[in-house]
Design a protein around this ligand. Structure first.
Ligand SMILES: *Cc1c(COP(=O)(O)O)cnc(C)c1O
Length: 243
């Protein structure tokens, strides 16, 4: 089994899932992806890439709220294969579900892997989010994502170059093909105290040991002005901590 993150959670690197799938299949492996940081963030053609399976949570770029339902993909070619599966009654052929027959008769597609009932109240905001994805479309979202990330990169670069006491580097790939929303910043200087300064001043970032801040300007609700304001707060933080 090859099991890989479509987007690396730490560096924000986007992997070439098509090539990884081909390479895995060439040696007889199944290939699956953890798409926690990819769903709603990058364009995914799992079926065409021939990916065997994938899973993702819905509370990051999918905006469903913490603890909400996860998603999964199982390539349709596996409908007739003998992969081990959790066979739940919600995955059983709807027409015959209540006949209580001895054999499992799975619904076609990923629904055949559904183990149980769905949490309706928590799916309501998730549905609202998915409808917005339909309305806006991944193409436009990705266009803004790339511009916003590039602008954030410019803001960071500018501060690193111009401001005395700034000492950090972006460890996310520079190539737009190999990154999406996230920029991970490796702090050589102030470390955790700079992260605390940002959080205390209204910038919600994320800390990963030993000294990385993850910034993710989600294009649905982050603006160019947010990136500018972040730069101003970052500057003030570096100056304050260097005194
Ligand atoms: C967030 C995340 C998940 C999802 O984990 P949950 O248990 O659904 O919260 C999985 N893998 C990675 C790398 C993640 O960052």
């Amino acid at each position: 089994l090859v099991l890989w993150g479509g987007v690396n959670y730490y560096t924000g690197q986007v992997f070439d899932m098509k090539t990884i799938t081909e390479a895995g299949h060439a040696v007889g492996a199944y290939v699956g992806f953890d798409l926690a940081h990819a769903a709603g963030n990058v364009k995914l053609n799992l079926h065409d890439w021939n990916v065997d399976f994938a899973a993702w949570c819905s509370y990051k770029y999918m905006n469903s709220g913490p603890g909400n339902a996860s998603g999964c993909f199982v390539h349709e070619k596996h409908h007739y294969s003998n992969l081990p599966r959790f066979a739940g009654w919600w995955g059983h052929n709807k027409e015959r579900r209540f006949k209580m027959e001895p054999d499992f008769d799975p619904v076609h597609g990923a629904n055949g892997w559904q183990v149980s009932n769905l949490p309706i109240l928590s799916l309501a905001p998730y549905l609202a989010s998915v409808e917005l994805f339909d309305e806006v479309g991944m193409e436009r979202l990705i266009q803004k994502r790339n511009q916003l990330t590039a602008y954030l990169e410019f803001v960071l670069h500018d501060i690193d170059q111009q401001l005395e006491g700034a000492d950090f580097e972006v460890i996310t790939p520079k190539n737009p093909e190999e990154r999406a929303c996230q920029l991970s910043v490796y702090l050589h200087g102030q470390g955790r105290s700079l992260f605390d300064y940002l959080m205390n001043n209204g910038v919600i970032t994320d800390w990963r040991e030993p000294n990385v801040i993850r910034l993710a300007p989600a294009p649905f609700y982050c603006s160019y002005e947010d990136m500018y304001a972040f730069g101003q707060i970052l500057k003030r933080g570096i100056l304050a901590l260097n005194q």
